[in-house]
Write a protein that binds this ligand. Structure first.
Ligand SMILES: [Zn+2]
Ligand SMILES: [Zn+2]
Length: 109
Protein backbone atom coordinates (compact mmCIF):
# COMPACT_ATOMS: atom_id res chain seq x y z
CA UNK A 1 0.00 0.00 0.00
CA UNK A 2 2.82 2.44 0.83
CA UNK A 3 4.26 1.98 -2.62
CA UNK A 4 0.94 3.00 -4.11
CA UNK A 5 0.83 6.27 -2.15
CA UNK A 6 4.43 6.97 -2.94
CA UNK A 7 3.72 6.57 -6.61
CA UNK A 8 0.62 8.71 -6.37
CA UNK A 9 2.53 11.43 -4.57
CA UNK A 10 5.28 11.42 -7.13
CA UNK A 11 2.72 11.72 -9.88
CA UNK A 12 1.07 14.63 -8.13
CA UNK A 13 4.39 16.41 -7.74
CA UNK A 14 5.12 15.88 -11.40
CA UNK A 15 1.76 17.33 -12.37
CA UNK A 16 2.29 20.41 -10.22
CA UNK A 17 5.72 20.87 -11.71
CA UNK A 18 4.31 20.57 -15.22
CA UNK A 19 1.60 23.10 -14.48
CA UNK A 20 4.13 25.53 -13.05
CA UNK A 21 6.31 25.15 -16.11
CA UNK A 22 3.34 25.79 -18.35
CA UNK A 23 2.53 29.00 -16.50
CA UNK A 24 6.16 30.07 -16.77
CA UNK A 25 6.18 29.41 -20.50
CA UNK A 26 2.91 31.24 -20.94
CA UNK A 27 4.25 34.30 -19.10
CA UNK A 28 7.38 34.20 -21.21
CA UNK A 29 5.27 34.14 -24.37
CA UNK A 30 3.25 37.14 -23.21
CA UNK A 31 6.42 39.07 -22.40
CA UNK A 32 7.82 38.26 -25.82
CA UNK A 33 4.64 39.38 -27.57
CA UNK A 34 4.64 42.61 -25.56
CA UNK A 35 8.25 43.27 -26.52
CA UNK A 36 7.54 42.58 -30.19
CA UNK A 37 4.54 44.89 -30.15
CA UNK A 38 6.66 47.64 -28.60
CA UNK A 39 9.40 47.13 -31.19
CA UNK A 40 6.89 47.21 -34.02
CA UNK A 41 5.34 50.39 -32.66
CA UNK A 42 8.64 52.23 -32.48
CA UNK A 43 9.69 50.97 -35.92
CA UNK A 44 6.32 52.05 -37.32
CA UNK A 45 6.54 55.50 -35.70
CA UNK A 46 9.97 55.96 -37.26
CA UNK A 47 8.67 54.73 -40.59
CA UNK A 48 5.86 57.31 -40.60
CA UNK A 49 8.54 60.01 -40.47
CA UNK A 50 10.68 58.43 -43.18
CA UNK A 51 11.18 59.55 -46.76
CA UNK A 52 9.85 56.21 -48.04
CA UNK A 53 6.50 56.78 -46.38
CA UNK A 54 6.36 60.39 -47.46
CA UNK A 55 7.00 59.27 -51.07
CA UNK A 56 4.23 56.67 -50.86
CA UNK A 57 1.84 59.27 -49.47
CA UNK A 58 2.72 61.83 -52.10
CA UNK A 59 2.27 59.28 -54.87
CA UNK A 60 -1.11 58.34 -53.47
CA UNK A 61 -2.25 61.98 -53.30
CA UNK A 62 -0.90 62.56 -56.79
CA UNK A 63 -2.77 59.59 -58.29
CA UNK A 64 -6.02 59.79 -56.31
CA UNK A 65 -6.21 63.51 -55.61
CA UNK A 66 -6.20 65.39 -52.34
CA UNK A 67 -9.61 64.41 -51.04
CA UNK A 68 -11.12 61.87 -48.67
CA UNK A 69 -11.99 58.71 -50.59
CA UNK A 70 -15.20 58.27 -48.61
CA UNK A 71 -16.77 61.71 -48.27
CA UNK A 72 -14.67 63.93 -50.53
CA UNK A 73 -13.65 66.25 -47.71
CA UNK A 74 -10.23 67.85 -47.87
CA UNK A 75 -10.02 68.41 -44.12
CA UNK A 76 -6.82 67.12 -42.47
CA UNK A 77 -6.20 64.26 -44.86
CA UNK A 78 -4.50 61.14 -43.59
CA UNK A 79 -3.43 57.91 -45.18
CA UNK A 80 -5.13 54.94 -43.57
CA UNK A 81 -3.84 51.37 -43.69
CA UNK A 82 -6.63 49.09 -44.90
CA UNK A 83 -4.26 46.24 -44.15
CA UNK A 84 -0.85 46.00 -42.51
CA UNK A 85 0.13 42.92 -44.47
CA UNK A 86 2.70 44.86 -46.51
CA UNK A 87 3.60 47.37 -43.84
CA UNK A 88 6.95 49.10 -44.56
CA UNK A 89 6.49 48.37 -48.26
CA UNK A 90 2.84 49.16 -48.85
CA UNK A 91 1.01 48.61 -52.11
CA UNK A 92 -1.41 51.37 -53.16
CA UNK A 93 -4.37 49.06 -52.57
CA UNK A 94 -3.34 48.65 -48.93
CA UNK A 95 -3.97 52.35 -48.36
CA UNK A 96 -6.84 54.76 -48.34
CA UNK A 97 -6.92 58.54 -48.19
CA UNK A 98 -9.26 59.61 -45.40
CA UNK A 99 -10.20 62.91 -43.84
CA UNK A 100 -9.80 63.33 -40.11
CA UNK A 101 -13.41 62.51 -39.29
CA UNK A 102 -13.67 59.43 -41.57
CA UNK A 103 -10.36 58.20 -40.20
CA UNK A 104 -11.56 58.57 -36.62
CA UNK A 105 -14.79 56.81 -37.50
CA UNK A 106 -12.81 53.98 -39.15
CA UNK A 107 -10.85 53.47 -35.94
CA UNK A 108 -13.95 53.68 -33.80
CA UNK A 109 -13.06 56.96 -32.10
ZN1 LIG B 1 -14.04 61.70 -45.11
ZN1 LIG C 1 -6.06 54.33 -40.06
Amino acid sequence: MRAYYKKKNALKKKMVKNAKNKIKEYKKRIEKAKKERKEFKSKYQKYLKSKEWSDIRNDLFHVRGRACERCGSTNRLQVHHITYKNVFKEEPEDLEILCDSCHKKEHGK
